[in-house]
Design a protein. Structure first.
Length: 317
């Protein structure tokens, strides 16, 4: 982190994160950090947020640059050789090339019509990191590109961006994105959005349910599988991510419902399935990510314990 930061101007949250001694005591330190995050009212710089995420995800950054460079070199050597010798018997390698092709297609679809999609350096980093992840872990699923984008926007150190993304995928979202390519738990998450909305706001649920010829869960899938990273503006989404990384990605179910509730007045003006689908594909921009967080957290006390258990369990199955 930047040693030039004036400690006297820091909030309690910032003082805690910059205090290396306190972050070493993880059992108590993470609890304090989460509390400070809840009470923090100051804007977080990208540099500071990166440090925050590294601590919340408990990432070991030792030798990260050399490890990343070596992994890229190994991948290049293996894939260069593969492209020269590929044959029908090399099923796994053929699959790897297939993933690379899918990644190439998804690169220009990522946060389309935003400054991110117009930044060639960010797009190159996006491609390298996704290539390397597919190479090392043996899978790629559409949506992972969108999940990586907020990380690259927040963190300008590519090896660290890779570590954050890899940790998120392997430690936090392994039930959503699996080597088997099964999306079963993502569909469970989408179904839980329906369950929570029906419990919290039956009228809004009924309005959507009556106008749609298929379950609402299919429409909210982009929000669930990308932790709302498909929403705009991404700067407000990133604020919501702070709380998901602190308290668990299962919180996105509540934050997705919170957004639906915030759009309530808009939705009640829609009169057809086509209007609803168009609205959900181009929803209103998030004015304040913290409003989504507060409303989502506020839903916890209103929900039955059995529903809360389902929300928790669906990401650990």
């Amino acid at each position: 982190m930047n040693g030039a930061v004036e400690k006297t101007s820091l909030s309690n949250l910032e003082k805690f994160v910059y205090d290396n001694q306190s972050t070493l005591i993880l059992s108590n330190g993470l609890k304090q950090l989460k509390y400070f995050l809840l009470t923090n009212k100051t804007a977080l710089s990208p540099e500071f947020r990166t440090k925050l995420w590294v601590i919340l995800l408990q990432i070991d950054t030792n030798n990260m640059t050399s490890n990343y460079v070596n992994d890229l070199k190994q991948m290049k050597n293996d894939t260069d050789s593969l492209m020269e010798t590929i044959n029908d018997d090399e099923n796994m390698d053929i699959e790897l090339i297939s993933w690379f092709k899918k990644i190439n297609l998804d690169i220009n679809r990522t946060l389309k019509n935003t400054s991110f999609s117009k930044d060639p350096n960010k797009l190159e980093s996006l491609k390298r990191i996704l290539y390397l992840f597919a190479y090392k872990h043996g899978y790629y699923i559409q949506g992972m590109n969108v999940l990586l984008a907020p990380i690259l926007i927040t963190c300008d150190v590519e090896p660290l961006s890779y570590l954050i993304f890899e940790t998120l995928m392997i430690d936090r979202l392994s039930s959503y994105f699996k080597e088997s390519l099964s999306l079963d738990n993502i569909h469970k998450g989408c179904r839980l959005v329906e369950v929570v909305l029906k419990y919290i706001d039956p009228s809004l649920y009924s309005k959507l349910n009556k106008k749609l010829n298929y379950p609402l869960q299919y429409i909210v899938m982009p929000f669930v599988m990308t932790l709302s990273a498909s929403a705009e503006p991404i700067e407000e989404v990133i604020k919501i991510w702070d709380y998901m990384l602190a308290y668990g990605c299962h919180m996105n179910i509540l934050f997705t419902v919170a957004q639906l509730v915030m759009w309530r007045d808009h939705i009640f003006k829609l009169n057809s399935e086509e209007e609803i689908i168009n609205f959900m594909n181009n929803p209103p921009k998030i004015e304040n990510g913290m409003h989504v967080v507060r409303l989502g957290i506020g839903l916890i006390d209103k929900l039955d314990t059995s529903i809360l258990s389902e929300i928790l369990d669906h990401m650990s199955a």
